[in-house]
Design a protein around this ligand. Sequence first.
Ligand code: FES
Length: 171
Amino acid sequence: MPKVTFYPTGKSGEVPREMSLLDAAEKLGVILHHDCGGFATCSTCRILIVEGTTHLSEIDLDEENMLEEAELSAPFRLSCQTKILGDVVARIPDQQMKWSKEALQELEDHTAETREIVRIIVEARSRKRGLSIVDRSTATLLLDDAKAQVDRVGENPAGLAALIKQAYGES
Ligand code: FES
């Protein structure tokens, strides 16, 4: 059976092939919002694939449309639409990490996709420092560097995934 790992908690386990990432998260006790109930109409179940993009079902038209509406593309997927075909490492939004209004304002000039990736990197680094809130001082410390890294990688999904892995200290 394929093995699935979810960041940021690192919860991991084997799940049946063809199970959706959303169902796998629930099976492993990982909380993942899914406001529309799995009908590809909300994008709250978005997930970022860190490893194993080729071990997943193809993106169908419904998923593609919803991702486009949310201004996201690979390595992001909708977990309710994505079937697991092999080992996968994925990152779900960090439910515990809070952002101050000032820190969020720092992200405003960027596209939705860049914002998501920068947030992931900053949150992973904040977690490592034992922080549960990204405030203005944390943002000042971490944001510029994270933004520069994302800009350097551009839209290369493999490069973005490598950045995420690195932020979690896996490579
Ligand atoms: S739960 Fe709404 S798109 Fe997946």
